[in-house]
Design a protein around this ligand. Structure first.
Ligand SMILES: [Zn+2]
Ligand SMILES: [Zn+2]
Length: 89
């Protein structure tokens, strides 16, 4: 595998992941924030590598790729985006 020791998350794993923000009191919160284990206080860059089609999260401190997420195609996501956000022109 190209991704080496990096965990790859697919939709099934992401769906099973809960918000781990200790300050978040919403039990239905579905927002996941990724942070590296090497530098948990440091933000991460999401980067897309078209050679293997994965989104890699890169630690801004040490530039280490620590997580990969497999993107879904737009047809895989049964999501109704709020229409009036962009239609206000
Ligand atoms: Zn939350
Ligand atoms: Zn780091």
């Amino acid at each position: 595998m190209m991704s080496g020791e990096i965990d790859v998350l697919y939709k099934e794993q992401l769906d099973a992941t809960k918000c781990d923000n200790p300050e978040c009191n919403n039990p239905d919160c579905s927002v996941i924030v990724f942070h590296s284990e090497c530098h948990p206080e440091t933000p991460s860059w999401p980067t897309y590598d078209s050679s293997d089609g994965l989104i890699y999260f890169v630690c801004c401190e040490c530039q280490e790729r620590y997580l990969a997420v497999a993107p879904a195609s737009e047809f895989d996501i049964p999501l109704e985006l709020p229409k009036d956000v962009d239609d206000e022109s």
